[in-house]
Design a protein around this ligand. Structure first.
Ligand code: ADP
Ligand code: UDP
Length: 236
């Protein structure tokens, strides 16, 4: 399958149409942004890591009963996916306090929760992705009640599968963001990406950060952190 016209260029990926209207090609860039685009940079090799990692995890999730947009990895940076209508919600699951949770509620990072939490933000760059709850999502007609229920169920399932999987790699899945989309028949599937850009991943023994926080917080070792996650995923 070949790229035809570019449909969209986002902060981390480009999306292209193909000859098949039901499919598109996502192309992963090395560009990195944080704080709603205020901080910009490049992480060499990130596009390759994020593309291959996302594809591997999406295939694992499919096997575990979570429907996804994944169709076929075309190259190191390009993947064929089912074209979806994105539900404009960022779905965030947390297992351990970190980032905005720690900041909002005035707690330290690293508190392990008894149960995972879920929260939504409205995917809207102009408004700065404001937090909202499921009632707000219904009021704004971002999704139906049934869709919100499906999304919650799938997001917790993703957490179960990925938490167990990352544990086998010596990685603690602290938190992550998911996006879901609608197929033409209305089926909700997992879309976008699952990568060190969208997850907090800590080494299980040392708590070393192996994710985009190294970029956000100018910690150094950003490329090496992405490479380390990739190495563990590839079983090296
Ligand atoms: P952003 O839009 O936040 O800058 P990206 O650079 O990752 O993010 O751009 C990729 C865009 O493609 C996102 O808006 C995402 O919601 C969208 N997207 C992801 N998967 C699909 C899909 N299967 N079909 C259509 N759009 C998708
Ligand atoms: N996240 C993301 N995109 C966003 C916001 C958050 O991928 O636009 C991910 C982030 O990488 C982390 C989780 O969602 O794994 C929770 O992020 P948080 O709310 O703590 O926000 P942050 O501190 O990153 O601003």
């Amino acid at each position: 399958m070949e790229k035809t016209v570019q449909l969209y260029e986002g902060k981390a990926k480009k999306v292209f149409a193909t000859e098949d209207p039901a499919l598109c090609i996502v192309s992963y860039k090395d560009d990195a942004t944080a704080f709603n685009g205020l901080k910009k940079g490049t992480i060499a090799g990130k596009g390759v890591v994020n593309n291959r990692m996302s594809n591997l995890l999406m295939q694992l999730l499919e096997k575990s009963g979570v429907p996804t947009h994944f169709v076929e990895e075309l190259s190191d940076r390009d993947t064929l996916v089912k074209k979806v209508q994105i539900v404009p919600l960022e779905v965030i699951i947390r297992n351990v306090s970190a980032g905005s949770f720690a900041k909002h509620y005035g707690v330290e990072e690293g508190i392990v929760f008894d149960e995972p939490t879920i929260e939504f933000s409205y995917k809207n760059d102009e408004l700065g992705d404001p937090l909202l709850n499921s009632y707000h999502a219904l009021a704004l007609k971002l999704a139906t009640k049934e869709e919100v229920e499906t999304i919650k169920k799938l997001a917790f399932k993703v957490n179960e599968v990925l938490t167990e999987y990352f544990k086998t790699l010596g990685i603690r899945l602290v938190d992550f963001k998911l996006e879901f989309g609608r197929l033409p028949d209305g089926t909700i599937v997992l879309a976008d990406e699952i990568s060190p850009d969208t997850c907090r991943l800590w080494d299980i023994n040392t708590n070393e950060k192996l994710d985009k926080d190294r970029f956000r917080r100018d910690m150094g070792g950003v490329e090496d952190a992405y490479k380390e996650v990739f190495k563990r995923l590839m079983g090296e």
